[in-house]
Design a protein around this ligand. Structure first.
Ligand SMILES: Nc1ncnc2c1ncn2[C@@H]1O[C@H](COP(=O)(O)OP(=O)(O)OP(=O)(O)O)[C@@H](O)[C@H]1O
Ligand SMILES: [Mg+2]
Length: 413
């Protein structure tokens, strides 16, 4: 399910001016000065390359500057259009036309330029170099990893500006501000926990905040029980990468093994992101064909308790999907599955899950986080498949009827 961007707090609270860029503020001002110099005819370097970790404000800086100076942006995502022709057509044409049509400059933003670093894209890089040398508009490029050998000649032509991870203190200050604007009450410790888990990625910190805070009266430290979600997200990205880049059956099939996640959730991740790898509608059709087969198998497994067919479910979901698509490599912005479902998960449901985890914690002497990530998936499988065991477990953990209903899947989100 797709989410409208304006529903995301990262979008709602993206910096509107350079002054609102936190942490890398001095860098953003450097970029602003470079653009102002360009407007004034001082053009030592034709392009600038912003580089550094995700969620630190590279793209946000360019948008804030454009808004502040009233300039238009022509935005190309280099990893979407990975060939010489399209870079040439889009960026090349734009950089010449603008000078003919109006005297006003436009900022050309070539985002995720590390996405064109593969050898098949040499042509793309050559085109880019030509454009960098002849452009009449300022070009800003952004990348996470600027050190790939293929980008060497580009680096020489650019002013390099490094963005750094935000410190926990600056992440904290952003989170506080958003809470105030959203009317979310909070314990300082809760926000600190999110800030620390973010590893300096402001985008992920804001996403986490939205996930935990929406629908809650007051955000308490105990609410942040899924703070491992960052690590898990990184792990899923790895697994998806292995799945889609797989060259043989085994490496596709084993992508799932590295994860500590239930089948249903992994299915959702694959279903949400597979389209990113499809080059044609035909490929997409094959993807959905395999997904629906996998989906049917999984519900049959749960209904009949016949786990011997699990291997076919895995095979369809991994190799079936992977070999249906041909756009295998390069950076892909994977999305959390069904953000909307998670965001709209009511406070009540979250409370329910938290209570189950707390009970497991007390009886098993483990952390709530472990109860959530390791025990909960197993409990769900047992409750959905083995009534006798479920009854005993429910007694042992003292689960309420509502909690039991949730575990058996009878209580929908
Ligand atoms: N320095 C910052 N100050 C304030 N908000 C920020 C900052 N950096 C990121 N954000 C928030 O995170 C969102 C995403 O940031 P942005 O798109 O600029 O990241 P990026 O550095 O371009 O990451 P990527 O490398 O993944 O493209 C912004 O819309 C904003 O809400
Ligand atoms: Mg960006």
């Amino acid at each position: 399910m797709l989410v409208r961007p304006e529903q995301l707090w990262t979008e709602k609270y993206r910096p509107r001016t350079v002054d609102q860029i936190t942490g890398n503020h001095a860098k953003a001002k450097e970029v602003l000065k470079w653009i102002e110099d360009w407007i004034n005819g001082k053009r030592d370097k034709k392009a600038i390359l912003l580089y550094g970790p995700p969620g630190t404000g590279k793209t946000a800086t360019v948008h804030a500057i454009a808004a502040q100076l009233g300039l238009d942006i022509l935005e190309v995502n280099a990893s979407d259009k990975r060939n010489a022709e399209s870079i040439k057509n889009i960026v090349g044409a734009a950089s010449i036309q603008a000078s003919l049509l109006s005297s006003k400059i436009r900022i050309i933003l070539i985002d995720e330029v590390d996405g064109i670093s593969g050898t098949e894209d040499r042509g793309g890089i050559n085109e880019l170099i030509k454009i960098l040398k002849s452009t009449v508009n300022p070009i800003i490029m952004a990348a996470n990893d600027p050190w790939s050998p293929n980008l060497r000649s580009i680096r020489d032509l650019c002013l390099m500006v490094q963005y750094r991870r935000a410190t926990p203190a600056s992440v904290l200050s952003i989170l506080k501000k958003i809470c105030e604007l959203e009317g979310v009450k909070y314990d300082e410790a809760a926000l600190k926990k999110i800030a620390e888990a973010s590893g300096g990625d402001i985008r992920s910190a804001i996403n986490d905040l939205q996930f935990f805070a929406e629908g809650v009266g007051k955000l308490r430290e105990e609410d942040i029980i899924f703070s491992g979600s960052r690590d898990r997200t990184a792990q899923v990205f790895e697994a998806l990468k292995q799945l889609f880049e797989a060259k043989n059956l085994d490496s596709a099939r084993t992508a799932y093994n590295m994860l500590d996640m239930d089948y249903d959730m992994f299915f959702k991740w694959v279903a949400e992101n597979a389209y990113l790898h499809a080059k044609t509608p035909g490929e997409l059709e094959n993807v959905y064909d395999y997904l629906s087969k996998a989906d049917m198998l999984l519900s049959r497994i749960i209904r009949t308790n016949n786990w011997s067919i699990l291997k076919y479910f895995i095979l369809f979901l991994t190799a079936g999907v992977s070999f249906s698509v041909t756009d295998k490599y390069g950076y892909k912005k994977y999305l959390f599955p069904s953000w909307i479902n998670l965001l709209s998960a009511s406070k009540k449901k979250r409370q329910l899950v938290e209570n189950i985890c707390l009970k497991v914690k007390v009886k098993c002497h483990i952390s709530v986080k472990k109860a959530y990530s390791v025990f909960l998936p197993f409990l769900k499988i047992i409750f959905q498949n083995n009534t006798n065991k479920a009854v005993k477990l429910a007694e042992y953990f003292e689960f309420t009827d509502e909690e039991v209903n949730w575990l058996t899947g009878r209580l929908k989100n």
